[in-house]
Design a protein. Structure first.
Length: 399
């Protein structure tokens, strides 16, 4: 295991009398006394810090610092709060050791939360320490020239903001096929920070997406512990079906009753939409439903079929992997598999098909059922919040 450098004398002086948690946050290895304020001095403690290596496990990261029994005790103590069998590449860890054994272990779950496991008189105790976060409203506006990502970046935003914006309007705009130069957006969102350091975006409060003469607006509203996006009149943006089961890809073949098959070399119906995408791209359930089939299905290769309300069914073919089982319930947006090229396919893509009342229909042209609007009793509250959120939108971008 690569050992970090020892602390400088300045850091050693700063660490004198610090708690073990503070020592674990130092950007180096520290050897010294670690005792709570007012307590008797403890034996010398060594604090080691590092990160999870690419493709590594907690065991490989801590190899040489802990034995198997100590590692097992840490994992078992943490399990009710966090599963240490699933650690992420690059996430930080820390150990406080003394000659008589391990004192404490920390693992950075994310930028806001740190798992801490420490030795106590009754055994190992685990808790999650959450850092204080400040939220500041920020506004962004842009015009599409080449892609949504490029437009968001040009407005000063980060890639995640483009993904969040596309997800809000995913039921009305297929960002794979319908995005055009000159389309524009504006939004207001919370930026979360720890001190002066940006951490991530919070939920988008309100957004507008303009496509020619068509203007879509969205306002986030939360009630009874559930949040969603609605048009200014209270109509939900969430529809029964997503416009596309993939994010940011392209259509390589459309719905046709007479298409030249690229493998068989004959003309026959292609009653679905082919989305070209790299192998492994996540495939989402287009709507809530039940898994009718999940397995190999002739020319479709690895395939998932879902049954939905109101007589609808969807099919997802040529998958590289399947992540659901027959009979399971899925929620719109759940990952059900990944793009592949199994079956009769010349390259990686998703063959997406839809049935209504037993007949194949064009997923891009069919009229889909709407979702339920905001309850009448909540409309006055929503309308007040919507007016405030929309008023906070920035002016349109100058193209």
């Amino acid at each position: 295991m690569r050992r970090p450098a020892f602390c400088s004398p300045r850091l050693r002086r700063a660490a004198a009398g610090a708690s073990l948690l503070a020592l674990l946050l130092l950007p180096c290895e520290f050897v010294g006394r670690a005792a709570p304020a007012g307590a008797a001095p403890l034996l010398e403690a060594t604090v080691l810090r590092g990160t999870i290596p690419r493709g590594g496990t907690l065991g490989s990261a801590l190899q040489g610092a802990l034995d198997g029994a100590q590692l097992h005790e840490i994992v078992a103590a943490a399990r009710p709060l966090h599963d240490l069998a699933r650690v992420a590449t690059g996430q930080p860890w820390g150990l406080a050791l003394r000659p008589d054994g391990l004192l404490a272990f920390t693992y950075g779950i994310d930028t806001l939360r740190t798992l801490r496991v420490e030795r106590a008189a009754t055994g190992w105790q685990a808790r999650i320490v959450t850092r204080d976060v400040t939220a500041t409203a920020a506004t962004f506006a842009g015009t599409i020239e080449s892609s949504l990502f490029a437009a968001v970046t040009a407005s000063g935003g980060r890639d995640q903001l483009a993904l969040d914006l596309a997800e809000i309007f995913a039921w009305d705009v297929d960002f794979n096929t319908e995005l055009q130069r000159g389309d524009s957006f504006r939004l207001v969102v919370d930026e979360l920070a720890v001190g002066d350091r940006f951490v991530r975006y919070g939920p988008i409060r309100a957004a507008e997406f303009r496509r020619g003469e068509r203007v879509l607006r969205a306002v986030r509203f939360e009630a009874d512990g559930r949040a969603g996006y609605y048009a200014p009149d209270g109509t939900p943006l969430r529809k029964a079906f997503l416009r596309s089961p993939l994010r940011f890809t392209r259509i390589s073949s459309g719905f046709s009753t007479r298409r030249l098959h690229p493998v068989l070399g004959i003309r026959r119906p292609h009653l679905g939409i082919d989305y070209a995408a790299p192998t492994g791209t996540p495939v989402q359930a287009a709507a809530d439903g039940t898994v009718l089939a999940a397995g190999w299905e002739g020319g479709f290769g690895k395939t998932v079929r879902l049954r939905h309300a109101n007589g609808f069914e969807t099919l997802y073919g040529h998958l590289s992997r399947i992540d659901v089982r027959r009979g399971a319930r899925v929620t719109q947006g759940d990952r059900i598999g990944a793009v592949g090229s199994t079956g009769l396919a010349t390259g990686p893509h998703l063959d997406y098909r839809m049935k209504r009342s037993g007949a194949w229909v064009n997923p891009l042209a069919v009229q889909l059922p709407p979702a339920e609007p905001i309850a009448a009793v909540l409309r006055p509250v929503f309308l007040r919040q919507a007016a405030l959120a929309l008023a906070a939108l920035p002016p349109p971008a100058i193209s």
